[in-house]
Design a binder for this molecule. Structure first.
Ligand SMILES: *[C@@H]1O[C@H](CO)[C@@H](O)[C@H](O)[C@H]1NC(C)=O
Ligand SMILES: *[C@@H]1O[C@H](CO)[C@@H](O)[C@H](O)[C@H]1NC(C)=O
Ligand SMILES: *[C@@H]1O[C@H](CO)[C@@H](O)[C@H](O)[C@H]1NC(C)=O
Ligand SMILES: *[C@@H]1O[C@H](CO)[C@@H](O)[C@H](O)[C@H]1NC(C)=O
Ligand SMILES: *[C@@H]1O[C@H](CO)[C@@H](O)[C@H](O)[C@H]1NC(C)=O
Ligand SMILES: *[C@@H]1O[C@H](CO)[C@@H](O)[C@H](O)[C@H]1NC(C)=O
Ligand SMILES: *[C@@H]1O[C@H](CO)[C@@H](O)[C@H](O)[C@H]1NC(C)=O
Ligand SMILES: *[C@@H]1O[C@H](CO)[C@@H](O)[C@H](O)[C@H]1NC(C)=O
Ligand SMILES: *[C@@H]1O[C@H](CO)[C@@H](O)[C@H](O)[C@H]1NC(C)=O
Ligand SMILES: *[C@@H]1O[C@H](CO)[C@@H](O)[C@H](O)[C@H]1NC(C)=O
Ligand SMILES: *[C@@H]1O[C@H](CO)[C@@H](O)[C@H](O)[C@H]1NC(C)=O
Ligand SMILES: *[C@@H]1O[C@H](CO)[C@@H](O)[C@H](O)[C@H]1NC(C)=O
Length: 679
C-alpha cells in the first residue's frame, strides 16, 4: 500500500515534470485565442492550431518544442512562420500586441515569426524578418536572457540599441540587417562575447577600442554604416574571427597589419572605404584567406605580394582602385575562382598561365591598360564564364580557342584594338547571352563560304540576348539567319560598312517557326543599324517587333516610303530614320505611338503634312524635320496647302485653324517654361 502511494507520488512528480509549465500553456492558449480572433476565425488557422487545447501537454503541440535544460520541462522554441496568408490580395495584418503573451515564456531560445504580416509597436522576438515592423525595440526584449538567436532583419525598426544588447548575455547571432538603427556602439558591446551581425543601419562613430573584448566573435559584420576613423589595432584580439566585413563605411587610414595575424580569418571585405597599405610594414600573414575584397578602397601601388601566400584564396576583388604594375606571374598561378581587377591602372601582357587554371570562372579586367595579344590558351580555362576584358589595349586576333569554353556566358572585349576578318566561331558556346565586341577593328561578318547567312559561329546561339558589334569595320550584308537568334533583345551593328537591304526575311522567318515566333517578336528592345551603307526600303515587317523601344536606321541609303506598319511599334520611344533617302509622307499611323519621345526624320526627301494627334503634337523640334523638302504642319509652323485649299475649307476657318495651331504651339512653350520655372 505504502509502496503504491510512493509510486503514485513519483508518477505524479514524473508526469508533471514532463508537462510544460501551466503558465506557459496559458500564455500559448492566450496567443492562440487572440490570433484566431484577429483572423476572423480563419479555418486554416483553426486547423493549424488544432492540437493546442486545455487538456493536452503543450510540449506535444504542433510548432512547439520543449526541453528540460532549465530543470523542469519548458518551452524553448516556437516556429510560427506563415500564420497569415502572404498573398498580396489577402489584406489580413496582425497587430504586434497579439505576441505579448509569448514574451512571458522566458525560457525561449528560438522564436521564429518570419514571413508574417505583423505590424505595430513591439519588442521581443527573433527571426522577425520580412514583417512590416515599424517600431522601437522595447527593453522587454532584453529580459530574454537565454536568447541566443536574434534576427530582426528587414523590418523598419528604429532606435538606438547597442548598449542594451550587452545584457543579452547568451546571444550568439544578432542580425539587425536592413533597419534604421542609429547611434553609437557603446562600451557595453564588449560584454557580448558571441556573434555580432549588424549591417545596413546608420551607426556613425569610430569603431570602439574595446571591440577587442569580443574575444569569441566569429563574424563581425558592420557593413553599410557610417563608421569613421581607423580600424583599431585591438582587432587582433578577436582571435576567433573568421569573417570581417566593414563594407561601405567611412573608414580611413592604414589597414592594421596585425589583422593578418588572426589565424582563423577567412574572409575580409573592406569595399568602399578609404584605406591604405602600410608600405613599410612587411605583412607576414598567419591567416589563410578564402576571400579578400577591397573594391573602391583608394588603394594604390602594386598588387601586394603577401597575397601570394594565401594558397586557399578563391575570391579576389581589388577593382576600382589605383593599382599599378602588371598582372604578376604569381597571381596567375594561384587557383583563384574570381579575380576582379577592373578600373585600375594595370598594364603589360596577360600571363597565359592564368588560363590554365581549371577553377577560373570570373575574370574582370576591364578598364586598365593591359595590352598585347590575348593568350592562345584562353579557352583552356574550362570554367570561365565571365571574361570582361573591355577598355584595354588588347590587339591581334581573338584566339580561336576562346570558343572551346562551353561555360562562356558573357564575353566583353569591347573598346580594344582587336582585329580579324571573321568573328570567333561560337558554335559550341550554347550558354552565351551577351557578346560585346564593339569598338574594335573586326572587318567581316561572314565566313567566305556562304553569303547572306550568318557564319555558323553565331547562328546557333539560342540564348544570346545582346549582340553588340558597333564601331568595327564589318563588311557584307546583314545575314538573314540572324533570326535564328531567338532570344536576341539588343542588336547593335551601327557604325560599320554593312551593305545590302534590311532583309525582310530576317523578320518574317520568325513567323514560320511555330512557338518561337511570338517570343522573338516580343523581345527585341533595341535595333541599331545606323551609320552603315544599307539600301533598299524599310521592311513593313519591322512593325511586328512589338517590344522595340529604340529603332535607329539613320545614316544609310534607305529609300522608299515610311511603312504604315511602324505605327504598330506600340512600345517605341525613339525612332531615328534621319539621313536616308525616304520620300512620301510621314504616315498618320505614327500618331498611335503613345511612348514616342524622339522622332527624327531629318535629311530625307519627305513631303506632306506631319501627322497630328497623340505624341505627334509634341514632336516639334525643328532639327528633326530639317532639310525637308515639303513637310508642313503646326509642329514646324508651316501651313499646309491642303488646309488652305478653298474646296476643303472656307478661308476664315482655315485662318482659325492656323491660329489654333499657333495657340497650341505657344501653349507648349508656355507649358514648358512653367515646368522649367517651377523646378
Ligand atoms: C476579437 O476581435 C474583435 C474585433 O474583431 C474585438 O472587438 C474583440 O475584443 C476581440 N476579442 C478578443 C477576446 O480578443
Ligand atoms: C486535444 O488535443 C489532443 C491532441 O493534442 C487530442 O487528442 C484531444 O482529443 C484534444 N482534446 C479536445 C478536448 O479537443
Ligand atoms: C558588462 O559587464 C560588466 C562587468 O562584468 C557589468 O558590470 C555590466 O553591467 C555589464 N553590462 C551590461 C550591459 O550587461
Ligand atoms: C556618439 O558618441 C559621440 C562621442 O563619442 C557623441 O558626441 C555623440 O553624441 C554620440 N551619439 C549618440 C547618438 O549617442
Ligand atoms: C574591454 O577592453 C578594454 C580595453 O581593452 C578594457 O579596459 C576593459 O576592461 C575590457 N572590458 C571587459 C569587460 O573585458
Ligand atoms: C597610369 O599609368 C601610366 C603609366 O603606365 C601613367 O602615365 C598614367 O598617368 C597613370 N594613370 C593614372 C590615372 O594613374
Ligand atoms: C591547359 O591546361 C592544362 C592544365 O590544366 C595544361 O596541362 C595544358 O598544357 C594546357 N593547354 C594549353 C594549350 O596551354
Ligand atoms: C580547343 O579544342 C580543340 C578541339 O576541340 C583542340 O584541338 C584545341 O587544342 C583546343 N584548344 C585549347 C586551347 O584548348
Ligand atoms: C575571304 O575572301 C577574301 C577575298 O575574297 C580574302 O581576301 C580573305 O582572306 C578571305 N577570308 C578568309 C577568312 O578566308
Ligand atoms: C542614331 O544613330 C546615330 C549614329 O549612330 C546617332 O548619331 C544618333 O544620335 C542616333 N539617334 C538617336 C535618336 O539616338
Ligand atoms: C524628292 O522627291 C521628289 C518627288 O516627291 C522627286 O521629284 C525628287 O527627285 C526627290 N529628290 C531626291 C533627291 O530624291
Ligand atoms: C542640312 O543639310 C546640310 C547640307 O547637307 C547640312 O550641312 C546641315 O547640317 C543639315 N542640317 C541638319 C539639321 O541636319
Amino acid at each position: 500500500m505504502e509502496k503504491l502511494s510512493i509510486l503514485l507520488v513519483l508518477l505524479i512528480l514524473f508526469t508533471s515534470s514532463l508537462c510544460c509549465p501551466e503558465d506557459q500553456k496559458q500564455a500559448l492558449l492566450q496567443f492562440k485565442a487572440s490570433l484566431i480572433n484577429a483572423t476572423a476565425s480563419s479555418k486554416r488557422l483553426r486547423v493549424k492550431f488544432e492540437t493546442w487545447n486545455f487538456s493536452s501537454d503543450c510540449c506535444n503541440w504542433d510548432m512547439v518544442s520543449c526541453s528540460s535544460r532549465f530543470g523542469a520541462r519548458t518551452v524553448i522554441a516556437l516556429d510560427l512562420q506563415y500564420l497569415v496568408n502572404m498573398q498580396f490580395w489577402d489584406s489580413t495584418v496582425l497587430s504586434s500586441t497579439i505576441l505579448t503573451p509569448l514574451f512571458h515564456i522566458r525560457s525561449m531560445i528560438h522564436l521564429d515569426l518570419s514571413l508574417n504580416k505583423i505590424q505595430g509597436e513591439l519588442t521581443v522576438y527573433l527571426d522577425m524578418r520580412s514583417n512590416g515592423f515599424n517600431c522601437f525595440i522595447s527593453s522587454q526584449l532584453f529580459h530574454l536572457r537565454y536568447l541566443q538567436h536574434l534576427d530582426i532583419s528587414s523590418n523598419s525598426i528604429h532606435g538606438i540599441l547597442i548598449g542594451e544588447v550587452g545584457s543579452l548575455s547568451s546571444l550568439r547571432v544578432l542580425s539587425l540587417d536592413y533597419n534604421s538603427l542609429g547611434g553609437n556602439i557603446s562600451k557595453e558591446i564588449g560584454n557580448m562575447t558571441k556573434l555580432l551581425f549588424l549591417p545596413k543601419n546608420s551607426l556613425s562613430m569610430e569603431i570602439p577600442f574595446h571591440i577587442g573584448n569580443l574575444s569569441n566573435i566569429k563574424d563581425l559584420i558592420l557593413r553599410h554604416n557610417q563608421l569613421t576613423g581607423r580600424m583599431p589595432s585591438s582587432i587582433q584580439k578577436l582571435t576567433e574571427l573568421e569573417t570581417l566585413d566593414f563594407e561601405n563605411n567611412l573608414l580611413t587610414g592604414e589597414i592594421p597589419s596585425v589583422l593578418f595575424n588572426i589565424k582563423g580569418l577567412k574572409d575580409i571585405t573592406l569595399n568602399g572605404n578609404d584605406l591604405t597599405w602600410n608600405k613599410n610594414a612587411k605583412i607576414v600573414p598567419k591567416c589563410m584567406l578564402v576571400g579578400l575584397s577591397m573594391n573602391s578602397c583608394g588603394i594604390s601601388g602594386e598588387i601586394p605580394n603577401w597575397i601570394s601566400t594565401q594558397k586557399t584564396l578563391t575570391f579576389l576583388d581589388l577593382g576600382e582602385n589605383q593599382l599599378e604594375g602588371i598582372f604578376s606571374q604569381w597571381l596567375a598561378e594561384m587557383k583563384v575562382t574570381t579575380t576582379i581587377l577592373s578600373g585600375n591602372n594595370l598594364t603589360g601582357f596577360l600571363p597565359s598561365l592564368l588560363f590554365n587554371s581549371p577553377c577560373l570562372s570570373t575574370l574582370l579586367l576591364y578598364q586598365n591598360n593591359f595590352y598585347g595579344e590575348l593568350p592562345d590558351n584562353i579557352g583552356n580555362a574550362s570554367q570561365l564564364g565571365f571574361p570582361m576584358l573591355g577598355r584595354n589595349d588588347f590587339s591581334g586576333k581573338v584566339p580561336e580557342s576562346i570558343c572551346n569554353n562551353s561555360n562562356l556566358m558573357l564575353l566583353d572585349l569591347s573598346n580594344n584594338k582587336l582585329s580579324g576578318q571573321t568573328l570567333p566561331d561560337f558554335r559550341s558556346n550554347v550558354l552565351l547571352e551577351i557578346i560585346d565586341l564593339s569598338s574594335n577593328e573586326f572587318s567581316d561578318i561572314h565566313d567566305n563560304k556562304t553569303t547572306s547567312e550568318l557564319p555558323d559561329c553565331l547562328s546557333q546561339l539560342s540564348n544570346l540576348e545582346i549582340l553588340n558589334l558597333r564601331k568595327n569595320s564589318l563588311q557584307g550584308s546583314i545575314p538573314s539567319s540572324i533570326s535564328n537568334l531567338r532570344s536576341l533583345q539588343i542588336l547593335d551593328l551601327s557604325s560599320n560598312y554593312l551593305v545590302g537591304e534590311i532583309p525582310t526575311k530576317f523578320w518574317k522567318s520568325c513567323w514560320s517557326i511555330q512557338g518561337l515566333s511570338s517570343d522573338n517578336l516580343d523581345l527585341y528592345t533595341l535595333l541599331d543599324l545606323s551609320m552603315n551603307q544599307l539600301f533598299g526600303e524599310i521592311p513593313a515587317s519591322l512593325g511586328t517587333l512589338k517590344a522595340l523601344k529604340t529603332l535607329n536606321i539613320s545614316h544609310n541609303n534607305i529609300f522608299g516610303k515610311v511603312p504604315t506598319s511602324l505605327g504598330d511599334l506600340v512600345n517605341i520611344e525613339s525612332l531615328d530614320l534621319s539621313h536616308n533617302k525616304l520620300w512620301g509622307s510621314i504616315p498618320q499611323s505614327l500618331a498611335k505611338l503613345q511612348q514616342l519621345t524622339i522622332l527624327d526624320v531629318s535629311n530625307n526627301n519627305l513631303t506632306g503634312k506631319i501627322p497630328i494627334g497623340g505624341q505627334m503634337d509634341t514632336m516639334n523640334d525643328p532639327n528633326f524635320y530639317a532639310n525637308k523638302s515639303e513637310l508642313c504642319g503646326m509642329q514646324i509652323q508651316v501651313l499646309c496647302l491642303e488646309d488652305l485649299s478653298p474646296t476643303n475649307l472656307p478661308k476664315d476657318e482655315s485662318k482659325e485653324t492656323w491660329f489654333k495651331w499657333e495657340g497650341v504651339w505657344i501653349g507648349y512653350l508656355v507649358g514648358f517654361f512653367v515646368i522649367v520655372g517651377s523646378l
